[in-house]
Ligand binder design. Structure first.
Ligand SMILES: *Cc1c(COP(=O)(O)O)cnc(C)c1O
Length: 380
């Protein structure tokens, strides 16, 4: 069964009313049929926080997508990052984190892990096997990667990092790949995680995350989720599953439109460079082509200006591109960012403005016309 067919058919109820979609089961209390079954503690469903068949259907579909049996849902993508990390680290431990990681993931390491006595070392996203070997200490408990970086688009060599890691679990934030274009577990990672908020949700109406785990770490992740009380509503799980139904099809459009707009921007004099792993000009292009199967609508550009006033004028002149956080919805966005503030392993020395674009499902010529009008306005 190919991707779009799986999207359409996975998690369909085999019995009951047989609606096309799994029932939306929400709630806290699950009633036990009698005292003996209450005492036996062996029923599949016994309290809402631990999930319902609605959650299970989504978990199975996500597990199938990324090639794993064990999936834990979380209330946000960031909670998926922190759950994965907390499942592998212990007091007195050490974590390696790519310098390109999503900024709130760094904040969790710098503030919360530090308070537990767990040290974080940030590493060059382009680290190879030997570099990782050198960074690993006797107390290193995990290596956190994000490929490509969701702001700066460095592609990481996950198989090389896995070889350098030895027995240490490698965790990959796979939000960009969305489980479709990148399969970290097949590349040797122990944990893949996603912000379902982005492409799986796909409609900017949902916050959710998923931690997808290799078998040997499943107990650790499930236990950590349970003791932390991590849970999501059945309504939200159903909404995420609805997004999943069209994931491959939507990604096809995001990918084609993203490449078209990125190529159009590459030819503009106002743009110094485009950071998109699907473009031949990108330094990570060959590596992404080796390990991944496609791209999406997300990329950044380095504009040819430095001053923030120009950035403000450009963004305010855009009509179809919204200004806001997140991505992966049906709508286009343009967000300015200043990576120099958050880098520590490899300083970000580019002084010109970085702009991150998300290309939604709108018509490409409407989007390029919008961009052209905003560039023309800068000349006035
Ligand atoms: C958005 C994002 C997250 C966090 O997801 P939320 O649902 O907003 O908490 C984590 N990692 C990456 C790469 C993201 O883009």
């Amino acid at each position: 069964m190919k991707g779009p067919t799986k999207d359409a058919h996975k998690g369909r109820p085999a019995e009951g009313v047989r609606m096309v979609n799994p029932a939306v089961e929400c709630g806290s209390t699950v009633l036990f049929p009698d005292y003996a079954s209450f005492r036996a503690q062996n029923r599949p469903w016994h309290y809402g926080r631990m999930g319902t068949p609605t959650h299970k259907a989504l978990e199975e579909s996500l597990g199938e997508l990324e090639g794993a049996e064990h999936v834990s849902l979380t209330g946000s993508g960031l909670a998926a990052c922190t759950l994965a990390i907390l499942s592998v680290v212990k007091e007195g431990g050490h974590l390696l984190v790519t310098d390109s990681a999503y900024e709130p993931t760094r904040a969790f390491c710098d503030i919360y892990l530090k308070s537990l006595g767990i040290e974080t070392t940030y590493f060059d996203p382009h680290a190879d096997e030997a570099a990782i070997r050198e960074l690993v200490r006797p107390n290193t408990q995990g290596i956190f990667c994000e490929s490509p970086g969701s702001l700066t688009f460095e592609v990481q060599d996950i198989p090389a990092i896995v070889r350098g890691a030895g027995d240490i679990p490698v965790i990959v934030d796979n939000t960009y790949g969305a489980g479709v274009h990148y399969k970290p577990l097949e590349l040797g990672a122990a944990i893949s995680l996603q912000a379902l908020t982005k492409y799986v949700g796909g409609h900017s109406d949902l916050l959710m995350g998923a931690v997808i785990t290799r078998k040997d770490l499943a107990t650790a992740v499930q236990r950590t989720a349970r003791v932390l009380g991590i849970s999501v509503s059945g309504k939200d799980a159903s909404l995420a599953h609805r997004g999943l139904r069209t994931l491959h099809r939507r990604l096809d459009v995001h990918e084609a439109s993203g490449l078209a707009v990125a190529r159009w921007l590459e030819d503009r004099p106002e743009i110094a460079s485009v950071l998109h792993p699907g473009l031949e000009s990108h330094p990570g292009h060959a590596l992404w082509a080796r390990d991944g199967t496609g791209t999406n609508g997300l990329f950044s550009v380095i504009a040819d200006w430095e001053d923030e006033a120009t950035t403000g004028r450009f963004i305010d002149a855009l009509h179809y591109f919204g200004l806001g956080y997140s991505w992966g919805g049906y709508e286009s966005l343009c967000l300015p960012a200043w990576p120099a503030k958050v880098r520590s392993a490899v300083p970000w020395t580019e002084t010109r403005q970085l702009l991150r674009f998300h290309i939604g499902l709108e018509d490409v010529s409407d989007l390029t016309t919008d961009l052209k009008n905003a560039f023309d306005m800068l000349k006035r």
